[in-house]
Design a protein around this ligand. Structure first.
Ligand SMILES: [Zn+2]
Length: 276
């Protein structure tokens, strides 16, 4: 059995904030359309290292990207490269870091904002940079626009693996901290936009996973080992997951789970047991 998979990463979304604020996702859980687990993110709780962890199944200390400033192309077997090698198609709507990791060249917004090339490492992609924005001018990509782009890729190209990565919770968490109306409101904004995307993806046959790379703390920071940084949500819209909801899941299991859902063999480096 094989199904296409959409992974949605809400950057910087704490587990407790997701449970409290994400009314659509929790409605889906109550209605038994979805299940939710707590997941333990790896260390350090920093974005680029954990994007690579989510896609390689390796801890940052193993894959070697340990800070955002040290970001470089992935040199380990990862979800995008494994699917490419198996003749499958991938797509992404994501921050430009993902192009640096998996796109095959340094990111240039004038070259790589939109990619439609079956031969490319990630054939169908829409990247955003957020270059030059700050607390005084936090012009974030709209959650709705990102969801609409994701749906466009799903409809047009039917990628076997489709990534949607939204940065806005992380940005507002940095600007206003995890204990702020702005951060909590943005968690709901993401949830509200997903209520228009996920039912469409489900109707199109996708299994959908919603998680975060790391949480956020009351200093408006993340990198360390605090519970609020390590506990992230893991929502699943799929009939194929087996773990009891009381279990805390391992972030390193995401990559082998995606490949198992799509139905291709796992690279030897992905040692965590798939969740299906
Ligand atoms: Zn992040």
């Amino acid at each position: 059995m094989a199904s296409p998979v959409c992974l949605i990463i809400i950057d910087g979304l704490r587990h407790d904030t997701a449970i409290d604020e994400c009314g659509y996702l929790m409605a889906a859980v109550e209605a038994k359309q979805a299940r939710v687990w707590q997941m333990q993110s790896c260390l350090p709780t920093i974005s680029a290292p954990l994007y690579e962890t989510i896609h390689t199944g390796l801890a940052p200390i193993e894959h070697g990207i340990l800070s955002n400033e040290a970001i470089r192309p992935s040199n380990k077997p990862n979800v995008f490269s494994a699917l490419k090698a198996a003749g499958k198609t991938t797509g992404a709507v994501a921050h430009s870091y993902y192009h640096t990791l998996y796109g095959g060249s340094p990111f240039d917004p004038f070259e790589h904002t939109e990619i439609n090339d079956p031969a490319a490492p990630v054939p169908y992609a829409r990247y955003y940079s957020m270059e030059g924005y700050s607390k005084v001018n936090p012009a974030l990509p709209s959650e709705t626009d990102l969801c609409a782009q994701t749906w466009h890729l799903a409809q047009t190209h039917k990628p076997d693996y489709l990534l949607l990565h939204s940065s806005s919770c992380d940005s507002l968490g940095h600007y206003y901290t995890s204990n702020s109306a702005e951060y909590r409101h943005q968690a709901w904004r993401a949830d509200n936009a997903l209520s228009r995307l996920i039912p469409r993806l489900r109707d199109a046959g996708y299994d959908v996973l919603v998680t975060a790379d790391h949480g956020m703390n009351e200093d408006g920071h993340h990198a360390g080992n605090q519970p609020g940084l390590r506990a992230v949500p893991f929502f699943v819209f799929s009939e194929r997951f087996k773990a009891p909801e009381s279990e805390t899941l391992d972030q390193k299991a995401i990559a082998p789970t995606i490949l198992s859902l799509v139905g291709i063999p796992l690279p030897e480096t992905m040692k965590a047991v798939p969740l299906i």
